[in-house]
Design a protein around this ligand. Structure first.
Ligand SMILES: Cc1cc2nc3c(=O)[nH]c(=O)nc-3n(C[C@H](O)[C@H](O)[C@H](O)COP(=O)(O)OP(=O)(O)OC[C@H]3O[C@@H](n4cnc5c(N)ncnc54)[C@H](O)[C@@H]3O)c2cc1C
Length: 378
């Protein structure tokens, strides 16, 4: 029998956890390194929920990946015995020529996705919580919904461990290098050699991927909760996750209440680029709190109550807002996913599967060509 490949994975966010699971499930000998505690709040993956959409306004080439990801989320639910993907439908609104609505239209046409369209007056009856501008259109993607983020990562880690992965928290990887065709990593005071290395560093990419020729910028984001104790906005009452692009381009999203905290609301387009991921300026929170309140006042007045809770998080922006998924240009034993740019969680299982395939077979069936590093190196 062939010896098991020894694989190190760096980062226990959504992507590294999914990769550790995919590798260990395929029989690799896996060690996952996380610099902080598991489930810490200093990266991009913490929190209860993330939107899952398939009519992808960001780029239509993501659609096949999303279809595979949906299948893999269902498989993760089956393997873990938990509900992790709630297919509630998602309501999206904006002017027809806004990037959100024009992009959805393109993806729906290219991939034959069915998204009923409503005028503002039709939508006011159908979604009485919201107040739409007269020139907005409203579309509902029925197959969309949200992933239970914290629980999904717990499921990846539990199953990876079940398949024999070693999970190491508080183990920052300080450096890596190629030596005699193997990859030697330095973590804490120790060095270890592996056949393959997968790097999923989120906003901390500058440490381990500084030489790839594409910078990942940490952007600090805020999110808020409102309307606790109001049953109208609970998933059980049929309240849908939403995404609304204002005429000035600002794009807000929200989730139905899944617990006593209430409805989660944030702005996708805003945030503040920071020098290091640790920066968390209070002035950003003050500004965002005011702007989220103004958004609710105008577009969801029934939700306008005190913002009762808040959290901060990081986007990990690539230069063009699209993921960078590839093998390392100088070292084929190393592959990575970086610059998930604030929309990567929904893809975690398909990226994990692809990174595992790249590590173990050298190729992936998933169509990731448009996300390769080479687009920045021509
Ligand atoms: C407010 C907010 C809302 C979002 N909404 C959505 C959404 O609705 N839908 C969606 O699909 N996506 C959404 N995203 C984006 C999505 O959450 C991220 O793209 C995704 O979680 C990125 O995962 P990651 O594993 O790449 O990064 P991270 O979660 O940051 O994980 C990287 C991990 O690597 C560790 N690490 C880094 N360097 C080292 C090292 N040297 N040694 C050891 N460990 C290291 C870090 O500590 C970290 O735990 C949102 C993000 C935010 C912040």
């Amino acid at each position: 029998m062939a010896a098991k490949l020894k694989c190190a994975v760096i980062g226990a966010g959504a992507i590294g956890s999914a990769t550790a699971y995919a590798l260990s499930r395929q029989g690799a000998d896996v060690c996952l390194y996380e610099q902080f505690d598991f489930f810490h709040h200093r990266g991009s993956s913490h929190g209860p929920t993330r939107l899952f959409r398939t009519a992808y306004f960001e780029h239509t080439d993501y659609v096949p990946l999303l279809k595979r990801s949906a299948t893999l989320w269902r498989d993760l639910e089956f393997q873990s015995g938990q509900t992790l993907y709630c297919q509630t439908g998602v309501m999206m609104a904006g002017r027809p020529d806004s990037p959100l609505m024009a992009g959805i239209d393109l993806a729906a046409r290219q991939h034959s996705l069915d998204l009923p369209t409503f005028t503002a007056s039709e939508a006011r009856t159908r979604f009485p919580v919201f107040s739409f501008d007269d020139d907005m259109i409203i579309r509902v993607e029925k197959d969309a919904g949200f992933v239970c983020a914290d629980r999904a990562i717990a499921a990846f880690l539990t199953l990876a461990k079940h398949h024999g992965a070693q999970l190491l928290e508080r183990h920052p990887v300080l450096s890596w290098r190629e030596e005699n065709s193997r990859i030697v990593i330095k973590a804490n005071d120790e060095t270890h050699a592996y056949d393959r290395l997968i790097i999923a560093p989120g906003a901390y990419a500058f440490n381990l991927l500084k030489d790839i020729g594409a910078a990942v910028t940490p952007v600090r984001k805020s999110l808020f909760w409102t309307a606790p104790d109001d049953n109208r906005f609970h998933t059980d009452s049929g309240f849908l996750p939403f995404a609304i692009q204002q005429p000035d381009g600002r794009f807000y999203y929200g989730f139905p209440a899944i617990d006593e905290d209430g409805v989660k609301v944030g702005e996708h387009t805003g945030g503040m680029p920071v020098n290091t991921p640790a920066d968390d300026p209070e002035e950003l929170r003050v500004k965002d709190r005011k702007e989220v309140s103004e958004f609710l006042e105008q577009y969801a007045p029934a939700l306008k109550s005190d913002l009762t809770n808040e959290q901060s998080c990081l986007y990990e922006m690539s230069p063009d807002g699209h993921f960078i998924i590839d093998t390392h240009p100088e070292c084929p034993q190393v592959s990575f996913a970086a610059g998930l740019s604030g929309h990567g969680f929904k893809f975690a299982p398909v990226i994990g599967e692809a990174l595992a395939d790249l590590a173990l077979q050298g190729v992936t069936q998933a169509e990731f060509d448009f996300l390769k590093l080479s687009r920045f190196r021509q």
